[in-house]
Design a protein. Structure first.
Length: 424
């Protein structure tokens, strides 16, 4: 089984020599047997064909996912002895920097930070293969199989190309093909003629900050949002924008990018589909308004921009841009940064925590690190009624001390807003 990488996947994969890795850590209390873990991963590979795929380049230098069904093509497991509660963070940064050799191994691996009664596991994927929703779906299956090796996790019908994602009526429409193809060609031409500097920003040291809210504060935030009729995601977006402005002052761009799950618009793509195609909206604050008014304005902005998203047109347009892939990648890599960060909220994670022989103590928000420009990313999720944050960046884009100050400012803003609501 094989298929060509789509434009977005090619962009994330690049030449395969630079890591662009997504890391999802989770913590288990209880004893796990190595044989059980390896068998569970084997069954997961049996379900998801692209987890058995390597990447091959054809004579035109186009990359293809090609399944490899040999016995040795297994998801690797690296085991390290657990040193302390923060050890998983060190291993995460190590995994960011470790390149997948997609010619000989899957685009997925596991690091087991092994303790006597508690362990952290890091599920590591090349970002060209998976998005956050895919990774959480695979985690659900892994936990089911660790609990019961005979569990039936089904079989994925893999996405083989645009025809499996875009409804036939839209894909075959002459008007859509002409319009999106033309836009793609214009974009291709623009990327060829735009002058781009050839010296990238020196990234310097990559780092990660992690924090978690307790159950009570998490519940207070949710109640606060419901009372004011905006989403948690919008409140957090406003807090992040405000924190960047307060800490970075004139260096702040007043702009964050929010990925939107394509599955919200396309029921064809299931949660357990191995797929990575991102939609995006951009948000900014209005400087003349106070915080709460800004959240309400942002909510309206989110609703309007989300309603205008057209994943099918975007995908068709991008597929017309393959000739300009290198130019587009260079534009991202060498172009001047214009936003403060990527902010991604995975929302509530609906994965059971109590199993027969172990307990999932927590699922940490994932981290992602790649070579395409500004690495500053904040990810959040909620598991077991606790909101969790992972903030990653590089010293060349934002100094560590400023990142720490932004973290503290986000926390302060949220506490102040919730406290006002409680007082009322």
């Amino acid at each position: 089984m094989k298929r060509k990488l789509l434009f977005g996947e090619r962009m994330l994969y690049g030449d395969g020599k630079s890591p662009f890795n997504l890391v999802l850590p989770f913590k288990i209390k209880g004893e796990i047997q190595e044989d059980d873990l390896r068998f569970a991963l084997f069954k997961i590979q049996k379900k998801h064909p692209w987890l058995t795929a390597s990447i091959h380049f054809d004579e035109d230098k186009r990359p293809w996912f090609v399944t490899n069904l040999t016995e040795t093509f297994r998801i690797p497991v690296r085991i390290v002895n657990r040193l302390n509660d923060e050890h998983w963070e060190e291993e995460s940064t190590y995994e960011w920097e470790t390149v997948f050799d997609a010619s000989i191994a899957p685009l997925c691996r596991i690091t087991w930070v092994k303790g006597k009664s508690v362990s952290e596991f890091l599920m590591v994927y090349h970002h060209c293969l998976c998005d956050g929703t895919s990774v959480l779906s695979i985690l659900t299956e892994l936990l089911q199989l660790l609990d019961d090796p005979d569990a039936n996790i089904g079989k994925e019908i893999p996405i083989m190309g645009m025809e499996d994602v875009i409804p036939k009526k839209i894909l075959k429409s002459y008007r859509n093909r002409t319009k999106n193809g033309l836009i793609g060609k214009i974009a291709t031409l623009a990327l060829w003629v735009i002058p781009i500097k050839k010296v990238a920003v020196e990234r310097k040291k990559d780092f990660m900050l992690h924090w978690k809210f307790d159950q009570e504060f998490t519940k207070q935030i949710i109640r606060f949002c419901k009372a004011n009729q905006f989403t948690v995601n919008t409140l957090l977006s406003a807090a992040v924008l405000t924190a960047f402005r307060a800490v970075r002052k004139e260096k702040a761009f007043n702009k964050i990018s929010l990925p939107v799950d394509i599955r919200n618009f396309n029921p064809i793509i299931k949660k357990d589909h191995i797929f990575a195609f991102g939609l995006m909206i951009v948000l900014s604050l209005l400087p003349e308004k106070d915080f709460l008014d800004n959240v309400k304005v942002l909510q309206k902005d989110v609703n309007e921009k989300s309603a205008k998203l057209n994943p099918y047109s975007l995908m068709m347009m991008m597929e017309a841009c393959h000739p300009a892939l290198k130019n587009f990648t260079n534009f991202l890599k060498y172009g001047k940064s214009s936003n403060d960060c990527m902010f991604s909220n995975l929302g509530k994670i609906d994965i059971p925590y109590q199993y027969q022989n172990f307990e999932v103590e927590t699922i940490f928000s994932p981290s992602v690190m790649g070579p395409l420009g500004n690495t500053t990313t904040m990810l959040t999720s909620t598991y077991r009624n606790q909101m969790d944050f992972t903030f990653v960046a590089s010293e060349g884009y934002i100094p560590f001390v400023e990142a720490e100050a932004i973290k503290e400012k986000v926390i302060t803003i949220l506490k102040e807003q919730v406290a006002k609501q409680i007082e009322i």
